[in-house]
Design a protein around this ligand. Structure first.
Ligand code: FAD
Length: 317
């Protein structure tokens, strides 16, 4: 079922989780072990992230280096199908522009459609780890908006091969990303929101946000979106802080702020177990407040910390 159908039918705030495909070599059992304890909370859907290839340098016996391309977390489409099969739950694969040609994207979309997957979250992706500027593939998309247009076209039966007549239409519900604290490359919030609105005007069915730790930033973002005529559901993305290291890693990686009330408490902690308890309380307070304010879905980035999320769910639901 589509994310928007889940939202339309819901009587209360829904729950959703986000997971990463397993690292190559780890097998799918580790992912099941991660998800098993979360399924009792009946998520409406589960997102699975998408990962581009990376360049790594391997040392040859003669001491020189060889540049090789590896994809550490392949298989998003198959992981979605496996999750659906095991748990009978809807999935939302992420699709990115970075590292993929338009033809590869079309093939991925068709695979998803054959697997009975009704949703996609379309994203641009970040530059590879050792590069600072995003560059599209020679025959790839530059912005999430361009990828969105490809999905909208496929939903209308328009494939890349124009000579395909009466081609089957796909029927994807399309999500896009939004940034309550602004996307770091955007010159200002106004410009970022202008492009977000363009994604919605051209067919996005809902928005899911980057993580944030101050609900006021989310409410202000929603208010700005609504005032410029964005009417689609806006789903808050949430994550617990579980280690002291994250005080610097999260702002650096995701370009978000940790509120002083939270960072002060974390700095007082002597161990990461103490940080985890603070992070859990903070996430619960955020969730309760968002639920009280009627958000359609609480979307949790579970990455490596399913136990914390499970404890928050037990106290929230
Ligand atoms: P876009 O919407 O393309 O925006 C990128 C930048 O360009 C913004 O600054 C925007 O203001 C600007 N812009 C947009 N359109 C235009 C235009 N037409 N002309 C000029 N400027 C424009 N990354 C992954 O690699 N895999 C994932 O699975 C993944 N999942 C994510 C899930 C969520 C909920 C979020 C919030 C992010 C996720 N990301 C993921 C990270 C995401 O790929 C990065 O944040 C990326 O830098 C931007 O993606 P976007 O889709 O928001 O890009």
């Amino acid at each position: 079922m589509k994310v928007t159908e889940h939202i339309a039918r819901a009587k209360d705030t829904l729950i959703s989780f986000e997971v990463l495909p397993p690292l190559k070599g780890k097998g799918i059992e580790a992912l099941y072990k991660h998800l098993d304890p979360l399924m009792e909370f009946k998520p409406a859907f589960i997102n699975v992230t998408y990962h581009r290839s990376e360049h790594v340098f391997k040392k040859r016996p003669d001491g020189s280096f060889e540049k090789v391309i590896i994809r550490k977390r392949p298989g998003t489409e198959a992981i979605c199908a496996a999750i659906m099969n095991r748990y009978n739950v809807d999935t939302v694969p992420h699709l990115i522009c970075g590292g993929f040609s338009v033809q590869e994207t079309e093939d991925a979309l068709l695979t998803l459609s054959y697997l009975g997957i009704d949703n996609v979250l379309v994203l641009r992706g970040d530059p590879p780890k050792n590069e600072t500027v995003f560059e599209p593939e020679p025959n790839g998309h530059r912005y999430a908006l361009d990828l969105l247009r490809q999905v909208v076209n496929l939903n209308a039966g328009i494939y890349l091969e124009e000579e395909l007549k009466d081609a089957t239409k796909t029927s994807f519900c399309i999500g896009v990303a939004g940034y309550p604290e602004k996307h770091h490359e955007a010159p200002n919030m106004e410009t970022d929101l202008h492009f977000l609105k363009k994604k919605v005007d051209e067919g996005a069915d809902y928005i899911v946000t980057q993580m944030f730790f101050d609900n006021r930033k989310f409410y202000s973002f929603v208010e700005k979106c609504r005032s410029m005529g964005i009417t689609v559901p806006i789903i808050p993305g949430l994550k617990p802080v579980t280690s002291k290291k994250q005080l610097t890693v999260l702002p650096k990686t995701f370009h978000i702020d940790i509120p002083p009330e939270l960072s002060r408490e974390i700095l007082k902690c002597k161990t990461d177990e103490e940080v985890e308890r603070i992070g859990e309380e903070w996430l619960l307070e955020q969730s309760l407040d968002l639920k009280k304010n009627g958000v359609p879905v609480l979307h949790y980035y579970t990455l490596g910390k399913p136990k914390v999320i499970a404890r928050v769910m037990k106290r929230l639901l």
